[in-house]
Ligand binder design. Structure first.
Ligand code: GUN
Length: 291
């Protein structure tokens, strides 16, 4: 029988730990962590993510600020706001919710963020520091995935791990974290050009699915006893729901789960852990732990 990796449960444990630390900061008259978020336009998923991030801040006692821009905003305006936040001593960390409208270069935006305030851990400086194991802002989703694996006591040392997808915000950074000393997995990253991907996935003890294709991972690709982490969060039509949509993972959960030792659900698996990583990053920054 498989075990569900409950992201909501672990995230709420970590939030309690963070709330205790915030209470200590408050009692000793220290600075309360403050996270800001920039949201451009009104993409449904981005609205939900950002609303949840603000709610998380309230829950642990952080201050939070939401900055909204209309979808027609020019790159210059957003870069000016980033510069302002970089120099605002009260803001410990901030994020710019992606994706951005086409007229704005995401890379330019990410590179404009002060690496010491880059709560998402997307800046090349933070990715570089993570790569060589220095203290830094960790990329939120990869850190959340590793924390789930660690807190469920899942063995990684010497085990075969396949990462499906090579995005800058999930696939690539998680592959680096999993191969680091102390985690010690044998990591293989596969992508849209991989030949024999079924065979490679079948060889894996741990599967991280991060390609954004609903139900891409099928039961016949998964080895008996594998650990499956599903990062997919594609919105698909669901007429039975009031909203008219639901979140679909990259794994055909119903058929894959019976073959697994551990599996994350969607929603309620990796998603809540991404948000908690953001809180962890902001707390570290407020405590001066990121240098
Ligand atoms: N869009 C999808 N996931 C994320 C995330 O973790 N951070 C930001 N800034 N944008 C996203």
């Amino acid at each position: 029988m498989y075990q569900i990796i409950d992201g909501n449960k672990i995230a709420s444990e970590i939030k309690k730990e963070i709330a205790v630390e915030v209470a200590k900061l408050r009692e000793s008259g220290k600075k309360i962590p403050h996270l800001a978020a920039i949201l451009v336009g009104n993409n449904g998923s981005s609205e939900t993510y950002v609303a949840n991030k603000v709610k998380d801040c309230e829950e642990v006692g952080f201050n939070s600020t939401l900055i909204r821009f209309r979808p027609e905003i020019q790159e210059k305006e957003i870069l000016e706001k980033i510069n302002e936040l970089n120099h605002d001593a009260d803001i410990d960390g901030f994020i710019v919710q992606l994706p951005l409208p086409v007229q704005i270069s995401e890379n330019k935006v990410i590179e404009a963020i002060d690496p010491l305030k880059d709560a998402d851990g997307f800046h090349p400086v933070n990715l570089g520091k993570m790569m060589i194991g220095l203290p830094c802002y960790m990329p939120a989703t990869p850190f959340g995935i590793v924390e789930l694996i660690r807190r469920y006591g899942i063995q990684t040392s010497g085990r075969n791990c396949v990462v499906i997808g090579r995005s800058n915000i999930v696939g690539r950074p998680v592959s680096i974290l999993l191969s680091q000393k102390g985690i010690d997995a044998n990591v293989c990253v596969i992508h849209s050009r991989t030949i024999n991907f079924q065979e490679i996935i079948y060889n894996a003890d741990i599967i991280i699915a991060a390609i954004g294709v609903p139900s891409f991972v099928k039961a016949e690709m998964v080895k008996e006893g594998a650990v499956v982490i599903d990062v997919g969060t594609t919105r698909v039509a669901a007429p039975e729901k009031k909203s008219g949509w639901k979140l679909a993972g990259d794994v055909d959960f119903e058929n894959v789960a019976p073959k697994c030792s551990f599996i994350t659900p969607v929603p309620g698996g990796v998603g809540p852990m991404t948000r908690v990583s953001l809180l962890r990053n902001t707390l570290m920054a407020a405590k001066g732990k990121i240098i």
